[in-house]
Design a protein around this ligand. Sequence first.
Ligand SMILES: [Zn+2]
Length: 239
Amino acid sequence: MEVSRHLFTSRAGGVSAGDWASLNLRRNCGDDPANVRENFRRVGEMIGCSRFVFLSQQHTDRILHVDARDAVTDIFQPLREADGLITRTPELALMVFSADCVPILLEGDGVISAVHAGWRGTVKGIAAKAVREMECPPERIRAWIGPSIGVCCYQVGNEVREAMRKCLGREAEPFIDLDKVDLKGFNRRLLELSGVKNIEVSPICTMCSHEAYWSHRYTAGKRGVQAGVIVLNGREERA
Ligand SMILES: [Zn+2]
């Protein structure tokens, strides 16, 4: 049996309209709350799990270790602030949101993780931190880096390039272009340097594919979010 199951959502398959069309998972953004609720329900159906944990993402390297007691009971409840989740609880869906930022899903021996890595979290090394905190031999870990802004579109200022160099030194250079950077590639390298070998990287750039995915940059912020979702397979344990 597979250890886990996962998916990356796109804009398709939801009920929201206008700027939020259609599978918007962003709360409190002007979208009809009833539609957002229905969208979450649909993602639950897609992944075959109705218990979710998600966060108020803050571009930190903070990772929470969660179990069934942390399951969100109402999607509009106040959320804990962090950017990564780890669990050993089966049938509990870990969810991270993004709209250009890099969603990373990880599976190890009886443990899974979901990470939100914008450039700030990336250079804080949140991907490597997740690998360490999974407490599983890295060569046993599988990683999926989801749709996010590509090096084709991710134009950045000097502070980003400098932060990347500070994080990885000369190892950062292959991911730094004249005015653009490769955030997916950089996260892949962070995982590789942590010992993870089995890594799949989505070729999709959210800005190039802004009709299929939400792109913060393309929409200048007027957008919903997509999600990366991962569930550890097994028998559901009651909280
Ligand atoms: Zn692009």
